[in-house]
Write a protein that binds this ligand. Structure first.
Ligand SMILES: N[C@@H](CCC(=O)N[C@@H](CS)C(=O)NCC(=O)O)C(=O)O
Length: 188
């Protein structure tokens, strides 16, 4: 099994954490945006290649990859609707923050576009909402918690957000940073 991605992508990181938790053998193939645009139909990372029977198969979204890893480990990928909703919120915030990050490189900023201003305000309202959640204090963290932590850590790493005003999120992230599988996959 081969997981393709970069060491900085938060979506890739969540898959790496799940693979480490599962104990399954996998090779990590470091991939950049140019290669992923050639190798995956979604032109995104992560993607996973594996053999089933005599066929090579490919999963091209982190959620599909996580579902497969969790199920192969005898676990369920979300049985709770609230937990799944929190995971979806974190995904929306990740997509939004990453889009703004890429667009800024092309000098397209919220100041120039009402829709990008809406995107920017989505990050603020989403963070305030996530800050209301009750989080696990130690492992085992749920997939929504891991996704939220991957989002926060990436957005802080890229200087996209500050969470000083969100004490609950700050305490939560400090706790997850002590989790070995999270610590060993930090963006670099
Ligand atoms: N829904 C996808 C999102 C993955 C994603 O956005 N990955 C980013 C890297 S963090 C990417 O490859 N972006 C390239 C692009 O948008 O062209 C997933 O969950 O796997």
């Amino acid at each position: 099994m081969e997981l393709y991605g970069s060491y900085t992508s938060p979506f890739v990181r969540h898959c790496r954490i799940a693979l480490l938790e599962s104990g399954m053998q996998f090779a990590f193939v470091e991939t950049d945006a140019t290669s992923s645009a050639k190798l995956s139909p979604t032109k995104k990372m992560p993607f996973l290649k594996y053999i089933e029977g005599d066929k090579e198969k490919m999963l091209t979204d982190s959620s599909a990859i996580l579902k497969s890893i969790r199920e192969q480990s005898g676990k369920v990928f979300f049985s709770d609707n609230d937990d799944f909703n929190n995971y979806c919120t974190a995904n929306t915030l990740l997509d939004t923050t990453i889009n703004l990050f890429y667009l800024e490189k092309e000098d397209l900023t919220p100041a120039k576009s009402p829709y990008l201003t809406r995107q920017q305000s989505r990050i603020a309202s989403g963070l305030a909402e996530l800050n209301k959640l009750t989080f696990s204090k130690t492992a085992l963290f749920t997939d929504s918690e891991l996704r939220i932590a991957c989002f926060l850590d990436w957005a802080l790493f890229r200087n996209r957000i500050t969470i000083d005003a969100y004490l609950n999120l700050k305490t939560f992230l400090d706790n997850v940073r002590n989790y070995p599988q999270f610590a060993s996959t930090a963006p670099k």
